[in-house]
Design a protein around this ligand. Structure first.
Ligand SMILES: NC(=O)c1ccc[n+]([C@@H]2O[C@H](COP(=O)([O-])OP(=O)(O)OC[C@H]3O[C@@H](n4cnc5c(N)ncnc54)[C@H](OP(=O)(O)O)[C@@H]3O)[C@@H](O)[C@H]2O)c1
Length: 323
């Protein structure tokens, strides 16, 4: 008997009705506030060469989703488009030349496209996804790709040594709560900034000192810091340089006014499936806590974006398919 090639065995099954059956997606006709987001019907998309079709298990909100929606960043081109980068779900079919996955595989990862992840069926590049580790549910898996990759890649760039003092701005946020854990795992002494209401949260993650940025100017209480991981940006950049050692490292994931300083390194999260799987395994092993601030159905996407844009969500806001 001839064993079929994987792409033949797992090509998108006809019963799915690709291109015919209509399913739900979030879209927007104009740039603007959260209420430009609307639910529309679209045909199930067809995966192209090197792509897989994934039934959405969950996605999560990242600040870039809101920036794209509003037009603050524009790399998706003009609307209509569907936002969303983070994906966890199940492969239901594969396009030509996909060898990594077949139907039924649980996957997670990043999607950077105009068809996004805020939809029932997502087309994704297979080489941007990893196998979702057993024991990692869709909700936590969807919280990881962008935020935990940014945190991981930022901490790798900073390379903190045992005992070094690492200041993480926005320690209670999506990226920050992962960054403080990765820095602690390297044996760093971690200092975070957060409002008082959020202090117990980073402390519970092992943060050694928390500064309430609403009452205390961190530049008045810190000096000689080895690393700053800046998740706030703007004027925090120059202020952070004042507390940094002369040979310290300033890592920013934000637009910052400190970028001209030789100690500054600006990072952009890269999709690296093997790294993401390793991060997922940390979560399964209990070595990485994934905090879900809110889990909302995509029906409530307007609320989810408003929460994210409040600037005060704790951990991640996760979105699940329509009820
Ligand atoms: N370059 C990249 O590839 C990349 C990737 C992901 C994210 N980012 C950037 O990284 C930043 C953080 O992203 P995120 O997803 O973690 O955002 P987030 O979850 O929305 O951050 C919310 C957190 O920010 C804290 N915060 C707000 N203002 C603060 C201030 N002035 N000082 C200290 N903490 C403050 C809040 O804590 P309180 O409630 O206690 O105020 C809240 O917990 C964003 O600006 C995003 O654009 C960049």
């Amino acid at each position: 008997m001839v064993t079929p090639r994987r792409d033949e065995r797992d090509a998108v099954p006809a019963r799915l009705g690709v291109g015919r059956r209509r399913v739900k997606a979030i879209s927007q006709r104009t740039l603007g506030g959260p209420d430009v987001l609307e639910t529309i019907d679209v045909p199930i998309p067809e995966p192209g060469r090197g792509e897989v079709l994934v039934r959405l298990g969950a996605t999560s909100v990242n600040t870039v989703d809101c920036a794209l929606r509003s037009g603050r960043v524009r790399f998706l081109g003009p609307p209509p488009f569907t936002v969303g980068f983070d994906l966890s779900g199940t492969v239901v079919g594969v396009g030509p030349d996909v060898t990594e996955f077949g139907s039924g595989d649980a996957v997670f990862g990043m999607v950077h496209s105009r068809t996004g992840t805020y939809c029932e069926y997502v087309v994704a590049r297979a080489d941007r996804l990893g196998p979702r580790p057993a024991g990692l549910d869709d909700l936590r898996a969807a919280a990881l790709p962008t935020a935990a990759s940014t945190a991981w890649q930022g901490v790798v760039a900073a390379n903190p040594q045992v005992g070094e003092r690492v200041l993480v701005h926005a320690a209670a946020g999506g990226v920050g709560h992962f960054a403080v854990q990765f820095a602690r795992q390297r044996g760093a002494h971690v200092i975070g900034t957060a409002r008082a209401v959020n202090h117990e949260f980073p402390r519970g993650l092992g943060v050694d000192e928390v500064i309430d940025y609403t009452t205390t100017d961190f530049t008045t209480v810190l000096d000689g810091v080895d690393v700053v991981f800046d998740l706030v940006g703007g004027a925090y950049g120059q202020r952070s340089l004042r507390v940094l050692r002369a040979d310290g490292r300033y890592i920013t994931a934000q637009e910052s006014d400190a970028v001209d300083d030789p100690r500054c390194r600006r990072i952009t999260a890269r999709p690296r499936p093997a790294e993401l799987v390793a991060i997922g395994e940390l979560a399964v092993a209990g070595d990485l806590y994934v905090h879900l601030d809110r889990v909302l159905p995509l029906d409530d996407v307007v609320l989810a974006h408003a929460l994210s844009e409040s600037g005060h969500s704790r951990g991640k806001v996760v979105l699940t398919p329509w009820k």
